[in-house]
Design a protein around this ligand. Structure first.
Ligand SMILES: NC(=O)c1ccc[n+]([C@@H]2O[C@H](COP(=O)([O-])OP(=O)(O)OC[C@H]3O[C@@H](n4cnc5c(N)ncnc54)[C@H](O)[C@@H]3O)[C@@H](O)[C@H]2O)c1
Length: 552
């Protein structure tokens, strides 16, 4: 059988459900809660008994050989693929097997120096900021065409290096990369300033200029999308770039960067350095020759990035950080649809999504039905080789993340949970749990396929204060989902939630034109849409006297 169904290996996603007997707990905000978790496929990484059993059950087949050649493993500096100055390399690993796909040049501070120097020259002396905006637009449009021509290879590379399903790479991420590039190509010749009607006889112009050299650091969960969100607006505005990719997923950015040069990008405009955070990443953040930083990753690293930027040259920083997003199901919701949407909100991309709807709040009137159906849906989830048709969930990115997810589930157990597993474990199908909102698993970002289902209540027809308060009781504020038939509830919730995106009766809609970013510790600034252009533009006022003005 191509893809093994979880029904035959239900330990791959356990259900941790709170005992229903406690009236006190049901009445409390922390109410009845359930956890659906982890469905990882990691033959070499399994440790905890439940997850290890699932991993073995789903990975007995030989991995499918990806139909793509690894062409680029060196750093891209000044238009050339080169070795690291140190000569060092590091392995990039197939998350299906733990085996090495390729060894990749390991950039560090010396390579960052080389890349920044190339970007500086390309900005100060090169044609990119000086060519017409329409010419820049055409390079980006040609790049989008090349992405589509090479879509199969790019998608295969992404799935191989990251473990996400090929269906997702080919059906969503590669098309979104091309779409995002066309979106920003369209902006290139529409960036213009203002004329201000100043007091007195002065001609006051506001020019929007490129910032200069942009340093960009991206994570491993959406390597291509993060490339698009960073590189697209920076290049459209006429900047040059040094991009530091995540050490777990260096391959796809190198491939598409080569296509961007084929599309006509001048040398030095985009430099790609593979390497680790504390070495290459920190060097980029601290570099005196970098004029702007854009970072996507965890909140903890974001704090380091901001500090390094402040201590060096005070370069402005955009941060896209972690989340613990609420998904709110009201009592008027169609439960079947809500279950499906909530399932995708949290399990999409193996749960490795900054905006994963990982705190599912469900109204008490539909809670039991919701939990039952969510359990059935999670049990049905197809875990397996991400190259196989029909597989919904591949492996987690690496051993570190896999173990971290299991530790979070264990922390639920340590907080008084009883494990409920299913299927083959007759009579001992999992853990029942009594979690509250204060549990670590309901507060911290797990970044894995673990769903926390929390119960809330309010008298029908009255306000939604309780769920608003609990949903907002987080240091994060990235996104939220609201599932209801009531326009009033949707309007109230979407204004009250302190988050950067509210999806109403939908989730994970990532149009290139819609801004994305976080409140609170989920980030600073916005990416995508017209808002991302602001990150890469300086504002200059030019004032000249007007002699004999016909009008002011
Ligand atoms: N808000 C968003 O748009 C968004 C999107 C995707 C992912 N994320 C977040 O990213 C995180 C997952 O990614 P991760 O585990 O790779 O995060 P991470 O912070 O560990 O790494 C992200 C990037 O930062 C680099 N880095 C690490 N230490 C550094 C340092 N000291 N100085 C400079 N750079 C350093 C890494 O090499 C990597 O390229 C999650 O928290 C997720 O929520 C946010």
């Amino acid at each position: 059988m191509a893809a093994r169904r979880a029904a035959s290996s239900v330990l791959s996603r356990c259900l941790l459900a709170r005992s229903s007997s406690s009236a006190a707990a049901a009445a409390s905000p922390g109410g009845k809660s359930a956890l659906l978790g982890p469905g990882a496929l990691l033959r070499k990484f399994g440790t905890a008994p439940a997850a290890a059993a699932a991993a073995t059950a789903t990975t007995t087949e030989e991995p499918i050989q990806p139909a793509v050649e690894i062409k680029y493993t060196q750093l891209l500096i000044n238009g050339n693929f080169v070795d690291a100055a140190s000569g060092k390399t590091f392995p990039t690993v197939d998350p299906r097997t733990g085996e090495v796909i390729a060894r990749v040049a390991e950039g560090d501070s010396e390579d960052i120096d080389r890349a920044v120097a190339a970007a500086r020259r390309a900005f100060d002396e090169g044609p990119w900021p000086r060519m017409t905006a329409y010419e820049r637009c055409r390079v980006l449009l040609r790049f989008a065409d090349l992405i589509e021509q090479h879509a199969d290879e790019i998608a295969a590379l992404e799935t191989w290096d990251n473990g996400k399903t090929l269906a997702q790479s080919a059906g969503a991420e590669v098309p979104m990369l091309a779409r995002c590039m066309r979106y920003y190509a369209g902006w290139a010749d529409k960036i213009h300033g203002l004329v201000v009607p100043a007091d007195g006889a002065h001609h006051a112009l506001v020019l929007h200029e490129p910032v200069g050299v942009a340093g960009q650091i991206i994570p491993w969960n959406f390597p291509l999308l993060m490339f698009a969100w960073k590189v697209g607006p920076a290049l459209a505005c006429g900047n040059t770039v040094v991009l530091k990719t995540a050490e777990q997923t260096p391959l796809s950015a190198l491939y598409v960067a080569s296509l961007l040069h084929e599309a006509g990008l001048p040398d030095g405009v985009l430099n790609v350095v593979s390497g680790f955070g504390p070495t290459a990443g920190a060097a980029l953040c601290s570099h005196m020759g970098v004029d702007k930083l854009a970072f996507t990753g965890s909140t903890g690293t974001g704090q380091i990035v901001l500090e390094l930027a402040a201590r060096s040259n005070l370069k402005p920083v955009t941060l896209e950080l972690g989340g613990k997003s609420p998904f709110i199901v009201m009592d008027d919701a169609d439960v079947d649809q809500a279950v499906e949407l909530a399932h995708h909100a949290v399990f999409f991309n193996q749960g490795q999504c900054c905006c994963a709807g990982s705190r599912t709040f469900v109204h008490e009137r539909v809670y039991d039905e919701f939990v039952e159906k969510s359990k059935a849906r999670a049990m049905k989830r197809v875990v397996g080789d991400p190259f196989r048709n029909g597989v919904e969930q591949g492996p987690q990115i690496d051993e570190e993340q896999f173990k971290k997810i299991l530790r979070y589930v264990q922390s639920g157990v340590d907080s008084g949970a009883t494990l409920l597993a299913g299927g083959d474990r007759a009579g001992n199908r999992g853990f029942y749990i009594q979690p509250t909102d204060d549990m670590k698993i309901a507060r911290e970002e797990i970044f894995g396929p673990v769903q926390t289902i929390l119960k809330f209540s309010h008298a029908r027809g009255s306000g939604v204060e309780e769920v608003i308060r609990r949903a907002n009781a987080s240091h994060y504020g990235l996104a939220a989902g609201v599932f209801t038939r009531s326009l009033d509830a949707a309007n109230t919730l979407s204004r009250a939630l302190r988050v950067g995106t509210v999806w109403v009766n939908c989730y994970d809609v990532f149009d290139a034109g819609i801004p994305f970013g976080g409140y609170k510790m989920s980030g600073v600034g916005r990416e995508k849409g017209v808002y991302a252009l602001r990150n890469y533009l300086q504002t200059k006022a030019v004032v000249t006297p007007i002699r004999d003005a016909a009008w002011l």
